[in-house]
Ligand binder design. Structure first.
Ligand SMILES: C[S@@+](CC[C@H](N)C(=O)[O-])C[C@H]1O[C@@H](n2cnc3c(N)ncnc32)[C@H](O)[C@@H]1O
Length: 285
């Protein structure tokens, strides 16, 4: 039998920028222990079946598969979420969207909608931080909705509900104080789609037409039918899409339009508010 220390020293992950950390996460999972166990007990011997499990996980990681898919888990906000290849692995970048949404409506009770909810990450973070809110999360992919619901049940959150919908299609007649979305926003020809973790994530979660803005156009186009007067729409987008998204929001009659920057100084979230009577006009899907 090999020790924890020797298995970690001999774990080869040449393509990974975070090889040591990856190996630690995978070995901890193979052992069924927290990562701190490895540092506390480096000399402990690893049972053969755990070492074998670890070897299988390393082989998948060497093929480039994201650690989160191998473990089936990912942290987001303060939550530990189940993840699966039907949808995106939640990113730390998306916490900017959650922070911005929470700051807009600090105290009041609200109905919030998360479009393209995936694992349920955004909807669950909002519901967890604001017990007085009622949150709805929708996704077009049935497996993503089932995954979000499993996350909801594990987190025991009663103020959020998930359902299957092509954007607003299954939400006729429903209005919200806040609509948030981290939609697909990558252009179909973007070369980054062939690199790193995104190679393993579904195109349905990533790609939005020739300029990456098709889904953002649909979401902005339908928002007037589903926002309460004075309601907010918040969208995550690519670092170079801020100008385009602000123009789309202004063109659709939104006011107080602005963008928020991430820690790297990039515009990653744009938002606007719709004042006045709810529109009755038909909307794009
Ligand atoms: C970029 S992922 C975001 C997932 C999650 N909200 C997050 O931030 O981790 C986009 C999500 O939108 C969903 N989606 C794509 N097209 C959709 C549509 N027409 N209607 C509803 N959801 C859609 C995808 O299935 C995917 O789960």
């Amino acid at each position: 039998m090999a020790s924890i220390q020797s298995l970690l020293q001999n774990a080869e992950l040449p393509g990974s920028p975070s090889a040591r950390l990856d190996a630690e996460w995978l070995l901890a999972a193979a052992l069924g222990k927290p990562a701190t166990y490895l540092r506390t007990w480096p000399e402990r011997e690893v049972p053969a079946e755990c070492a074998e499990r670890f070897a299988g996980m390393l082989a998948r990681r060497r093929q480039g598969e994201p650690v989160a898919y191998i473990l089936g888990r990912q942290g987001f906000w303060s939550l530990d979420l189940e993840v699966a290849p039907h949808t995106l692995i939640p990113r730390p970048d998306t916490e900017l969207l959650v922070e911005t949404a929470l700051a807009l409506l600090p105290d009041e009770a609200a109905r919030a909608l998360d479009l393209g909810t995936g694992t349920g990450a955004i909807a669950l973070a909002l519901a967890c931080e604001r017990p007085s809110w009622q949150v709805v999360g929708v996704d077009r992919i049935a497996e993503a909705v089932a995954l979000a619901e499993r996350n909801r049940l594990r987190l025991r959150l009663g103020n959020v509900a998930f359902s299957q919908s092509h954007w607003y299609q299954a939400l006729a007649g429903q209005r919200f104080s806040l609509i948030v979305s981290n939609p697909p926003y990558i252009a179909a020809s973007d070369p980054h789609l062939g690199e790193g973790d995104v190679r393993f994530e579904p195109p349905s979660a990533l790609v939005a037409g020739a300029d990456g803005l098709d889904d953002i156009r649909s979401i902005i186009g339908g928002a007037a039918q589903h926002l309460l007067p004075g309601g907010w729409l918040l969208l995550e987008h690519g670092y170079d899409q801020g100008d385009a998204v602000r123009a789309l929001l202004q063109g659709a009659g939104f006011v107080e339009v602005r963008s928020c920057r991430d820690l790297g100084g990039h515009e990653r979230v744009s938002l606007g508010r719709l004042i006045g009577q709810p529109s009755e006009a038909p909307h794009a899907q």
